[in-house]
Design a protein around this ligand. Structure first.
Ligand code: ADP
Length: 378
């Protein structure tokens, strides 16, 4: 094929692609913008060309979470990131975006390609699915409580004496009922946080002190697996406005996972640094890591990776869903960087004091209720 033939085909593909596509240069200025991108963003190509992509997309991923920047750093394609953009007329729109960076010999950005599609319908479906699960879970509460009540009566001998085997069996049933009650409680709580119904008690807190207390509390659990657990704080750390109880839950969940899924004799580091939009708490482990295709899902309720090299580890698949919901309710973000075989790093990006959302729920920024931001990996 001649090079002009190839160019014509490339032009045609870009123009007719049923997905939005734009290309940016080394300064993140738009140099190509297809018809689907015009439709989704409301920007005509002629006006978009030459502008910085962040001016056109006004996306929740712009800035610290820029997927192109991440692609340049790790040399990989960022796949299927959820984001919310503002269209030219100011309408909020959920999109799913992938991006890839072409870098020069020095690792500097030469061109960036961003592909995205409108995710409004998917988000609506996700929200409906969640509402249904929520309703169903809510309805489960009563029968489970009644079953538990009758079980207690049986165990107290109120229906006649029990032999040893019967007691053993009933105690097993009691354990499972408690587990089920735990799932129901956690799930309903996540739904409450996501829909903004959980009141956060935001107050200024000393983040260093909170982290020291949490890390100290995990020392015994870490020592049992011969895991070195360290906390690295910057010299000065201004107070953060958080709900300390909920934030304790977030960090505890992440440290608990880091220890649970890590190999014996490794290190788990809790590092605080200052990010572009506020403090970042990073929990880094040297465990099995999380494959890129799993990273999209692990923040979904009940999602567990069947086999990730850490052997059988008990859990509910609700911990990270709660982490994400709580952090987003604070106006922050959770990001995951992980390479299979080399460990994982979960980053909690907190908003700078004064910029937190307070009582607002995690779904607040999305156009469709409680839609999840898939794979808060970006
Ligand atoms: P749980 O730990 O109860 O299964 P989570 O929501 O906390 O639920 O985590 C979801 C899944 O993500 C886990 O089942 C595990 O497979 C994976 N995961 C979480 N944290 C890590 C980690 N630090 N290293 C490797 N895998 C992890």
């Amino acid at each position: 094929m001649t090079s002009t033939g190839r160019e014509k085909i490339c032009d045609l593909v870009i123009r007719e692609l049923p997905m939005a596509l734009f290309i940016v240069d080394d300064r993140l200025r738009i140099i190509e913008f297809n018809a689907a991108a015009e439709r989704i963003t409301g920007w005509p190509k002629k006006d978009a060309l030459g502008r910085p992509c962040s001016d056109v997309l006004l996306s929740s991923l712009c800035g610290e979470r820029c997927p192109l920047r991440e692609s340049v750093e790790n040399g990989r394609t960022c796949r299927e990131r959820d984001a919310v953009i503002s269209t030219r007329s100011g309408q909020k729109k959920a999109i799913i975006l992938s991006s890839v960076a072409l870098v020069d010999d020095h690792g500097r950005l030469e061109y960036g390609i961003e592909l995205f599609r409108d995710a409004t319908a998917i988000k609506k479906l996700e929200a409906q699915k969640k509402n249904l699960i929520s309703l169903f879970t809510h309805d489960l509460k009563v029968p489970v409580a009644i079953a538990g009540g009758f079980l207690e009566r049986l165990l107290q001998g109120k229906a006649g004496p029990l032999n040893e085997k019967q007691v053993r069996y009933l105690e097993s049933i009691r354990r499972e009922i408690h587990r089920l009650e735990g799932y129901i409680r956690s799930f309903l709580e996540i739904a409450r946080i996501e829909s903004g119904r959980l009141e956060l008690h935001i107050e200024p807190h000393d983040l260093g002190r909170l982290l020291r207390e949490i890390v100290d509390g995990f020392k015994v659990q870490a020592a049992k697996k011969r895991i070195r657990l360290s906390l690295e704080l910057p010299d000065s750390l201004p107070p953060v406005n958080i709900d300390s109880l909920q934030m304790n839950r977030v960090i505890s969940n992440l440290i608990d996972n880091a220890i649970k899924y890590s190999y014996e004799g490794t290190t788990v580091r809790v590092v605080v640094r200052s990010g572009e939009s506020g403090p970042v708490v990073e929990i880094r482990d040297q465990g099995p890591g999380i494959a890129p295709e799993e990273q999209e899902h692990i923040f979904d309720s009940f999602y567990r990776i069947p086999e990730n090299g850490a052997g059988h580890v008990a859990g509910t698949g609700l911990g990270l869903a709660a982490v994400k919901a709580i952090v987003e309710a604070h106006g922050g973000r959770v990001r995951l960087e992980s390479e299979p075989g080399r460990g994982s790093s979960f980053m909690v990006m907190l908003p700078r004091a004064g910029e937190e959302k307070g009582r607002q729920g995690a779904g607040g920024g999305l156009p469709v209720g409680s839609g999840q931001e898939r794979g808060a990996a970006g």
